[in-house]
Design a protein around this ligand. Structure first.
Ligand code: EPZ
Length: 421
């Protein structure tokens, strides 16, 4: 097992650059099953979830090649429609493959991806969407068998704007003749990127970014080269690193419009946040001020994937901050270790009340999930003394070599090997 060893107290200064967004690349890799031809993704992040998804594509018969930020997918060998159990449990995003496999092969078998640290992660909306397209679904002891031989375009309504379920239906409908309309669709930037990718391949989708998405099925799609949108969550995490250390950072390849709620909160905390031609610059005050209330919502509300990071930096802000996690039922597990560092946090249900303290003390901690782990690293950067954040592999799922990027900004952080517990 590996961890991050951090000596807190360094002000972060300088520039960093974010790569393609994990949550755009994963559905786009699934959609790479749809065309007759190869897909080449550029600026692909070197993160565990991307390599895990490529591993699943290989098990389905594809050839995937990784070369320094470029991922090539050749799907000519796509034969299998059964998702390997051990892999679909390894990465929840495997559920995104249901749509494209059905789109190409009209059959699909997947095991329940199962929950994770932040919640039960049900897939009822995914299955509801596919059933609305005529997919016959039989569940048998955790295995979901989908028969799409009678699939047809149709109307889909989501009770909740689920990101993954929206993406699954977009991919399932892309090759279905007729018009499929998705109502109460998710509006995240990554949904718009998936639409852009499928349309680049010759698809006809419109409305992504709004609550209603219209898919006109086409007969076939062609393989393309594509560069996904930058990772807004990685960018927001680096901005928080600058904010919590009293530093000044420039994050290149960051789209300000994708981060408006986060930049708004950082400004409320006293940071100067400016857009500089495709980059975002943050200059922190001597001491952060508390924000009054942060509530996570589906886009364009405050992104749940930035909640842990903002909670961590509020621990040393002047005043009291209130954070409400509305999207996932168990996404406050980072509070325990922050409290051990000396933070003053009260949790009631999905609400955390954080009274800022003057400083945190370095501690040995354990990441419980991807963004919670990143939040503990942020806390360690500003803490007095040394910290160790165990289970770096959880953070590696969504951040490529986080310690290298932070070191280049002046942080005293290194990756260390730890004896298995
Ligand atoms: C995507 O997950 C992201 N993952 C998540 O990022 C992100 O937190 C989430 O969207 C919300 O923005 C990827 O894109 C790979 P949802 P997804 O379906 O699609 C409930 C990260 O840290 N729900 O919008 O799984 C669900 O339980 C990860 O990068 C159902 O009830 O999110 C949750 O409470 C974490 N039934 C809420 O909806 C369903 O069928 C939001 O889930 C599906 C979801």
């Amino acid at each position: 097992m590996e961890g991050f060893h951090v000596v807190g107290g360094e002000r972060l200064q300088g520039e960093t650059r974010v790569e393609g967004a994990k949550n755009a690349v994963l559905p786009i890799l699934a959609a790479a099953l749809l065309p007759e031809g190869d897909t080449v993704l550029s600026d692909c992040p070197d993160i565990r979830d991307v390599h895990a998804m490529a591993g699943i594509l290989k098990k389905l018969g594809c050839v995937c090649g990784w070369n320094n930020g470029e991922m090539r997918v050749c799907n000519a060998g796509l034969r299998h429609w059964e998702m390997p159990d051990e892999l679909s449990k390894q990465i929840r995003s495997s559920i995104f493959l249901l749509g494209p496999i059905l789109g190409r092969l009209r059959r699909a078998t997947v095991t329940y991806p199962g929950g994770c640290e932040i919640g039960l992660r049900p897939i009822d909306l995914h299955l509801k969407g596919l059933k609305a397209l005529g997919v016959r679904i039989r569940e048998d002891g955790g295995v979901i068998c989908c028969d799409g031989r009678d699939m047809r375009a149709g109307d889909v309504y989501f009770d909740y704007p689920s990101v993954g379920a929206t993406e699954n239906v977009m991919m399932a409908a892309a090759l279905l003749s007729g018009i499929t309309t998705i109502h109460n669709a998710a509006r995240e930037p990554e949904i718009e990127d998936l639409q852009r990718f499928i349309n680049r391949m010759g698809g006809r989708i419109e409305g992504a970014g709004s609550h209603v998405i219209r898919v006109e099925g086409v007969k076939k799609l062609r393989g393309v080269d594509y560069t996904p949108i930058p990772d807004r969550i990685a960018a927001g995490t680096f901005l928080c690193a600058g904010a919590v250390t009293g530093g000044s950072v420039l994050v290149r390849n960051a789209r300000f419009n994708d981060l408006i709620p986060v930049c708004d909160k950082l400004r409320e905390m006293g940071c100067a946040v400016t857009e500089e031609g495709g980059a975002i610059r943050l200059t922190a005050p001597e001491r952060l001020r508390a924000f009054s209330l942060l509530q996570t919502q589906p886009h364009p509300g405050f992104p749940t994937d930035m909640q842990a990071q903002m909670l961590a930096i509020s621990c040393v802000a002047e005043g009291t901050s209130v954070i409400v996690e509305n999207v996932f039922e168990n996404r406050l597990s980072h509070v325990a270790d922050l409290t051990r560092m000396g933070a003053d946090i009260r949790v009631s249900g999905h609400t955390a009340v954080v009274r800022g303290v003057n400083s945190l003390s370095g501690m040995r901690m354990t990441a419980r999930d991807l963004r919670g782990g990143a939040a503990l690293v942020l806390a360690a950067l500003c803490a007095k003394g040394e910290s160790v954040v165990e289970r770096a592999e959880l953070v590696d799922r969504g951040y490529a070599h986080l310690e290298s990027a932070l070191s280049r900004l002046g942080a005293n952080i290194e990756r260390i090997s730890l004896r298995e517990a």
